[in-house]
Design a protein around this ligand. Sequence first.
Ligand code: FAD
Ligand code: UDP
Length: 373
Amino acid sequence: MYDYLIVGAGFSGCTLAERIATVLQKKVLIVDKRNHIGGNAYDYYNNEHILVHKYGPHIFHTNSHKVWGYLSRFTEWNNYFHHVLGYVEGKLIPVPFNLNSLYAVFTESYAKKLEEQLLQQFGYGDKIPILKLQQSAHGDLQFLAKYIYDNVFHGYTTKMWELTPENLDPSVTARVPVFLSRDDRYFQDIYQGIPKFGYTKMFESMLQSPLISVALQTDYKDITDIVSFNKIIYTGPIDAYFDYMHGELPYRSLRFDFRTIDTELEQSVAQINYPNNHLYTRTTEFKHLSKQSHAKTTIAYEYPQRYDKLVNEPYYPIPQHENTELARKYKKEAEKIQSTVLFCGRLADYQYYNMDQVTARALSVFEHTIAQS
Ligand code: FAD
Ligand code: UDP
């Protein structure tokens, strides 16, 4: 008899399993239909013994002292700062577009003029979402906003979502705002890094309590009649839980193409974005993240895909008003059964959460709901 059946062994499921076992001393069965723990943050050593992220680049960053402190109980960190370059008009320029990017694309005198105008209208260190910059810019800055929109956002966003930036919730492109700074890092959070021995090792450490049992390659639907438990915590797609009773929620999927080559390092930074070239959006060279030394290197090419539940995985909720409204209907269904089933996670909440946000959400569900019941 288990106190909790947790569906999904990603950040959400592992955090809740660990808290329930450690703090409440209760028995947990955590299941995942995949053949590994870690959800989309799973990493592993490939055939060439290079540590890769199976579901695309995962860089941990947070401003939450609480989340950083919590995860640091299970891993050390390697002090990594993410750098991204965008391939624009034959050049590699810093992304997010910043003051250094200005000088990379324009002549020095014109870049200086644009920099002065930017700093007159905004402040040094400001982060301006591209859709906002387009609205507020005049004269040369209007030209600049259009340049950035056309060369950095339009192609990438259309490839990634099959939608233009205006047709998505503005928060999507605001994740990568124009940054009035010389700081080339992709994130400015206080805490940043990659688990020193990989994400999977961190998850193993989270699940090590004897009160936690793990069953892989197990769809929870196949065991609910066989196993007894008091409550379910569900971290998969919310529409699937309710058998799509209000219709399918849209998700975006990806295909990853991993290539290992006989070179020590191929890219100057971990990630290169291709807004305007190729069918893939970005390439990631994992050795930059892990700091592993190896004679060869592996790079992942990311190809955005339409999601089909019979064919591929739902990686991203699609942030659009009508989808949020549909998700709300499912959340109403979830409320009706909240005494026996809790929903928590990127797909269960239908929210474009980063890893720190799903961890914060799981900790909050534990403290405010589970520990109180
Ligand atoms: P998931 O990791 O999706 O875990 C849910 C699990 O539930 C899955 O393993 C699934 O197999 C399982 N499941 C579903 N249905 C069932 C069922 N019926 N039975 C059993 N098991 C089931 N975040 C960052 O902070 N930084 C990054 O750099 C970053 N990069 C990303 C790159 C990509 C390409 C993607 C897709 C996401 C990225 N993220 C990043 C987001 C991060 O992956 C998520 O926030 C986090 O992994 C979500 O954790 P979760 O536990 O909520 O969900
Ligand atoms: N984006 C873009 N060009 C870039 C980088 C990002 O247009 O060079 C847009 C795109 O719509 C993307 C979104 O900003 O989906 C969020 O980017 P982020 O790097 O946060 O995506 P994630 O890592 O979550 O896939």
